[in-house]
Design a protein around this ligand. Sequence first.
Ligand code: TXA
Ligand code: MG
Length: 317
Amino acid sequence: MMETETLPATDEGLARAAGLLRAGALVAFPTETVYGLGGDARDDHAVAAIFAAKGRPSFNPLIVHVPDLAAARRVAVFDARAEAVAAAFWPGPLTLVLPLRAEAGISPLVTAGLATVAVRVPAHPVAQGLLRAFGGPLAAPSANPSGKVSPTRADHVLAGLSGRVAAVVDGGACAVGVESTILGLDGPPALLRPGGVTVEALEAVLGAPLVAGGSEVRPNAPGQLASHYAPGAAVRLGVAAPAAGEVFVGFGACPGAELSLSEAGDLVEAAARLFHILRAADDLAGPGGRIGFAPVPEVGLGRAINDRLRRAAAPRG
Ligand code: TXA
Ligand code: MG
């Protein structure tokens, strides 16, 4: 267990927090909605550590936090609708799901391998100060253990995550207390999650009703993440020794494996590499090929890794 530092929301505290983030560590910080658990969105290992710290059993996609619209445009593709709602509600409690710019270098763990990205510009001065001190995009889910209530004070963060994150910046109580509204704009405007900005306010700016039936990406819902980044090759799990012609992906000591999720058998490393390895194995296997994965233990991050691998192995129609 690490000792979690409580940092003041001063220039010195934010400089310390930014240094920790640059070193790949995790820092919880206040936004106007709830406290977020931040890590460098371009760093696979930092993003894997977010899932490990929260104890999430699956890799659902995370929100990328940036200081302003110019930074958001470097991460996602903005059309006229996105420009209009951003002008009306940013900075503020609104998250936009937009086409991802691949060249932004966002970790595929942040987007769960999707071609879209959720991006938001928080209004809280401490979040703003941290994003500017850090100088890059921060992936940040709410700073609570999976399945627990979202934290609105630094001591709530510590109650859930003390010893699992490098630091928390104490910026007092969050004003909004519910998460940001998530608006999907990769198709017809869709309310993916109600939150701090109302549907009526969004519809007034868009000049159109939000489409019904939009739902938050929930990895456990059928048809949601199951099909996202499905390899073309046939995937087998729990493989001890590969069949002839099968690309073998190891975990831990696996003599003869062409690729490895982690030769050291480290689950955080395996999570950090997961989407890259899925792609590399698919390329190696080629059309109609086969991939065999060595068993990954069903503990800690291993549960999220196995959840994703089971989706890759599931029959597709
Ligand atoms: O107020 C908030 O939004 C807080 C603060 C910390 O900013 N953050 C937050 O993050 O609530 P999180 O990780 O708890 O929620 C992210 C939500 C997930 O429910 C996920 O389904 C959705 O955003 N999401 C992320 N990327 C998506 C995508 N590409 N498409 C659809 N939904 C996405
Ligand atoms: Mg949450």
